[in-house]
Design a protein around this ligand. Structure first.
Ligand code: GTB
Length: 221
């Protein structure tokens, strides 16, 4: 059965692939799994039909037969468990790859998210100038630790896994700042992820949504 995911009808990232449907699209492409996309507006996300799928009224969601999932990490894990290519077969390697999935979402993403939210919602507050260096430093701490662990390796634990997929999407959220540039091996790591054919297909598909929306907005307005 072809799964259906949800994505922004009009993503605020303007097609830069920073919204969290990108990681689900990428996982599905790595798995060679065809999928359908239902686009939702901000107001639709808060209506009962979508809230029945996602208690917090967000994207992405994932529907497959009688199964409905939310949370991008859980969705990527579901895909990775059911298709080859995203988790190693050997039990210990699999456990380590899953550990990196959690590390990406629970340890590396929060400071990056805090900084991103402050940049959008707090930049006009009187204390923003004093707070930004604190937020930057928290991000630097995590990037430094991650950079040391990655070293000269291509991926976090041997072969590419769902842990790398999530970590690359998390690090991409720093695009627009120069923080990542301070860690050349992480820049290379993100570039390796972005160079994967599955990533490129996923990126092109989400960009096409933005481009089509932009064209129709241009026609209508
Ligand atoms: N923990 C959840 C998950 O991983 O699935 C978080 C889901 C989430 O935050 N979804 C966001 C959403 O639906 C979209 S991705 N927001 C609408 C709402 O909460 O009402 C977050 C996002 C939004 C915009 C950008 N951007 O513009 O760059 C990047 C990421």
């Amino acid at each position: 059965m072809t799964p259906t995911i949800t994505a922004f009808e009009q993503s605020p990232d303007r097609g830069r692939g920073l919204a969290r449907d990108m990681r689900v699209r990428w996982a599905l492409e790595e798995a060679g799994q065809p999928y359908a996309v239902r686009l939702v507006s901000f107001s639709e996300m808060k209506k009962p039909a979508h809230l029945a799928l996602h208690p917090f009224g967000q994207i992405p969601t994932y529907e497959e037969g009688g199964l409905a999932l939310f949370e991008s990490g859980a969705i990527v894990f579901h895909i990775a468990e059911r298709h080859p290519g995203l988790l190693p077969d050997a039990a210990n390697g699999r456990a380590r790859a899953i550990t990196w999935m959690f590390a990406a979402l629970n340890t590396v993403e929060p400071p990056i998210l805090d900084r991103g939210i402050a940049m959008i919602l707090e930049h006009d507050k009187p204390w923003f100038e004093a707070r930004l260096p604190v937020l930057d430093e928290r991000v630097r701490v995590r990037l430094g630790e991650l950079s040391r662990r990655l070293g000269a390796a291509d991926w976090l634990d041997d072969a590419f896994s769902a842990g790398d997929l999530l970590m690359v999407t998390v690090l991409r959220r720093l695009s627009g700042s120069t923080l990542l540039d301070e860690y050349p091996n992480l820049v290379g790591y993100v570039a390796r992820g972005e160079a994967r054919p599955a990533y490129q297909r996923a990126f092109a598909d989400q960009l096409a949504v933005f481009t089509a929306g932009d064209a129709s907005r241009g026609r209508n307005g």
